[in-house]
Design a protein around this ligand. Sequence first.
Ligand code: 5RP
Length: 233
Amino acid sequence: MSETSDPVTLMKQEVGKAAAQRVKSGAIVGLGTGSTTAYAIQYIGERLKSGEITDIKGIPTSFQATVLAKQYGIPLTTLDEVDRIDVAIDGADEVDPHKNLIKGGGAAHTREKIVDSLAEEFIVVVDSSKIVDKLGSTFLLPVEVLPLAMTPVMRAIEKLGGKPQLRMGVKKAGPVITDQGNMVIDVKFDSIDNPAELEKTLNNIPGVLENGLFVGVTDVVLVGEVIDGKPVV
Ligand code: 5RP
């Protein structure tokens, strides 16, 4: 782990480490996206390098995860080559009391949902600021959209009561483009009362590839906190 004294970074490292610790030799591992999961990927790589675990294969959920896995020496495979995923580790933007999630802060939720939902065990790594009573209370809901369908999809979302905005990249120079070559709309809903229904309704709009609601997918949530300046999981 890199040296830092920042308690939030230390806490993310500890959560990532706790998740990586649950990976067993021979496992096929879904590798999530984001700053917390990055530490899990790093630590899985370190455990492999030290010989503590062997014969791991990773399935990345994004270009970012692919780069990190290669950097830390985790051999990669694809969904075509395996018949199972033993465990997936991924971050989240919100977690509700039923372990339902909003994901997609890193615009990777489409591949994340494919990999995470196939895993025998899906472990979510978050800090305590991500825990909410109701989804949508602190974070907008990301929706990946085919660029040619942007306008009709935005209109359809407005009809559902959502306020959509196109996600722009750094310095607002252009829209964020996903690993699949699509765009992301972030949607404000006044209240997400039925996440399972909204997930299906949004995905039924022609041109929508996937939305960031993860309902009934999570098995374990590892939550990091900073207490008295010290990281605790
Ligand atoms: C990417 C995601 C991330 O997992 C989510 O945004 C959390 O990231 P971080 O750990 O950096 O807060 O869903 O699409």
